[in-house]
Write a protein that binds this ligand. Structure first.
Ligand code: CAO
Length: 542
């Protein structure tokens, strides 16, 4: 005979009056113990409330927007024999089923599961280094392992001191927020984990039942809960790398998106504050399948690339194999993606920099005013007049993102490969400050001292090969930016002024742009404007 139980808001720590932002089940739904029922949000965390046991939802009492505190009635649940079709095997929502990392037996030892926290819009991060081993005694914030992002690497710090019991990952594993990293025996059991309480509920992996019908950990205080809750390294400790657009979505929706391989940053949320819901993710997938991938991922191309044949070069002579540097591997992947996904056009032009060079060289000693500083300033002015060149396509390819800032990346050739540090707010800095910043940034790039934040936030790039040579080239757009200016070596040329040929110092410009965003006319207008600004730098003041 089925009995009806009330599901109330369990003790979720120091939170009261939290807002219901998502209801994940409906009356008649069969649920498993631990299956998420609804999501509440405080100003600090998003928390999913799990079902206490297997059953069938009878009534949903709360509504989206309601504010609830511990003990508030949320739903009623029919449990036991007679509850309609309460067969777990039938009701498991496989894509959303929570994997259960190994845990130590209850009440034996207090072992902590250390889990990868939510670190913004980063996912699928390969483990490139494991910095600790079982048995190691580690201190709080000691680096545990290194993960690799598209642009840089990040070290995951220990949330607290302890002894490493077991490592749950190996080099090459691809990790996502919520994945178990290692098991840690805290050295001081009485010392609470410094960060777990506020953030821990944000990931459903934190709720680990000992068995299917156990009481949800959020409300349990009994003997079975002597095991400490899993803890997360503080995302704040990793923010140097993990900046970027954080998708606004509950853990369930994030997990669902990950299962489908959907980048949440590209999903337009229809919920409160732009929150992405499960339906939004499904809609995105449907639309992407129907239209082809608007973001243009290579995987969506309607043909397969022919595989490059493997050549045994040793048949022709002696060879040596050298590993690519990490920067080359990372930038190579990024450049390849940009090359495949952005429809490129390159516009060539020349700027008469005779006067500019005369002015530059007439400057007294001090900070050397490089040509690149003038280029940065001129580009910033041109971008302010033609902001389309510093816009980006939205994730779904349906909107333009215009930026109110002018951060410009500068390609720097380093012994380990190409890096593009970003000079921020170029429009607000004078030439001397820009010249000094370029010296500092390129030195940091060459010494491998750039912080991840130094590489982020650019809205346009400049690649100058003028110090090396060449007459023109076709730079690759640094997506999601939509344009990049290539600069080649200036040369004295005879220029017809209407009456005679004059020797003028001409600077070759090569502007590559994303033709989905920038029209050919705008590309030509931009290089023309730039040539005017460089040709008469008084125009920079207008
Ligand atoms: N025409 C003629 N001479 C130029 C020039 C140009 N367009 N640009 C620079 N020069 C001169 C400089 O005036 C300098 O000469 P002096 O020492 O006599 O003044 C000399 O060339 C060396 O310049 P530089 O390259 O060291 O300095 P920079 O400010 O021009 O550039 C930086 C700095 C960091 C952009 C550059 O060092 C660099 O790394 N360039 C390579 C970028 C790159 O790899 N791009 C390709 C990306 S796509 O694969």
């Amino acid at each position: 005979m089925a009995t009806i139980e009330e599901i109330v808001l369990p003790d979720i720590g120091d939170f009261a009056n939290v807002k219901v932002i998502e209801i994940l089940v409906a009356p008649g739904d069969q649920v498993l113990a631990e299956q998420s029922l609804l999501t509440v949000e405080s100003d600090k965390a998003t928390i999913e409330i799990p079902a206490p046991r297997v059953g069938v939802i009878q009534e949903v009492i709360v509504r989206i927007g309601d504010k609830v505190s511990q003990g508030a009635r949320l739903m009623t649940l029919a449990v036991g024999e007679g509850a309609p079709d309460a067969t777990p095997a039938v009701v498991v929502d496989t894509p959303l089923a929570t994997p259960k990392p190994p845990v130590a037996p209850a009440a034996e030892v207090e072992i902590i599961s250390v889990i990868l926290p939510d670190i913004g819009d980063l996912s699928d991060l390969p483990v490139v280094e494991i910095l600790v081993a079982p048995g190691d005694r580690i201190t709080a914030n000691q680096s545990l392992l290194t993960l690799e992002t598209d642009k840089a690497t990040m070290e995951v710090p220990a949330p607290q001191a302890g002894i490493v019991e077991e490592i749950a990952v190996k080099i090459g594993d691809v990790l996502n927020p919520g994945d178990l990293l290692l098991m840690l025996r805290p050295v001081e059991q009485s010392t609470p984990a410094p960060v777990a309480p506020a953030k821990a509920p944000e990931n459903p992996l934190l709720e680990q039942p000992d068995q299917q019908n156990s009481t949800p950990p959020a409300r349990a205080h009994g003997e079975a809960e002597r095991r400490q809750a899993p803890v997360l390294p503080r995302p704040a400790d990793m923010t140097a790398i993990a900046t970027g657009r954080k998708p606004h979505a509950s853990p369930t929706v994030r997990r669902f998106a990950r299962e489908l391989g959907v980048d949440l940053a590209r999903v337009k949320g229809s919920g409160a504050k732009g929150r992405a819901t499960k339906a939004d993710v499904q809609g995105f997938v449907k639309k992407t399948l129907a239209q082809g991938n608007a973001g243009g991922a290579a995987a969506s191309l309607p043909f397969a690339f022919p595989a490059a044949p493997e050549v045994d070069y040793s048949r022709f002579g002696a060879i040596e194999l050298v590993d690519l540097s990490r920067i080359k591997k990372l930038s190579g992947r990024h450049l390849h993606r940009c090359w495949l996904t952005v429809p490129h056009v390159t516009q060539f032009d020349q700027a008469d920099i005779t006067e500019l060079e005369a002015f530059r060289k007439s400057q007294p000693d001090g900070v050397k005013l490089t040509l690149l500083a003038f280029l940065l300033k001129s580009v910033a002015v041109a971008l302010q007049r033609m902001p389309i060149l510093k816009a980006s396509l939205s994730g779904d390819g349906e909107q333009l993102v215009f930026k109110q800032f002018t951060h410009i990346g500068v390609a720097v050739d380093t012994p380990n490969g190409l890096l593009v540090p970003v000079v921020r707010d170029v429009d607000q800095k004078n030439l001397t400050a820009l010249a000094q910043e370029l010296v500092d940034l390129s030195a940091k790039a060459r010494d491998g001292k750039l912080a991840p934040a130094d590489l982020q936030g650019g809205c346009f790039s400049i690649s100058s090969l003028g110090g090396i040579g060449g007459t023109a080239f076709t730079p690759i757009v640094n997506a999601p930016e939509v344009a990049i200016l290539g600069v080649s070596r200036s040369a004295m040329q005879p220029v017809w002024n209407g009456a005679e040929f004059m020797p003028r110092l001409m600077l070759p410009l090569s502007l590559s742009y994303d033709h989905r965003v920038v029209d050919g006319a705008d590309g030509a207008r931009f290089t023309t404007l730039l040539a005017q600004l460089l040709g008469d730098i008084r125009r920079l003041l207008l």
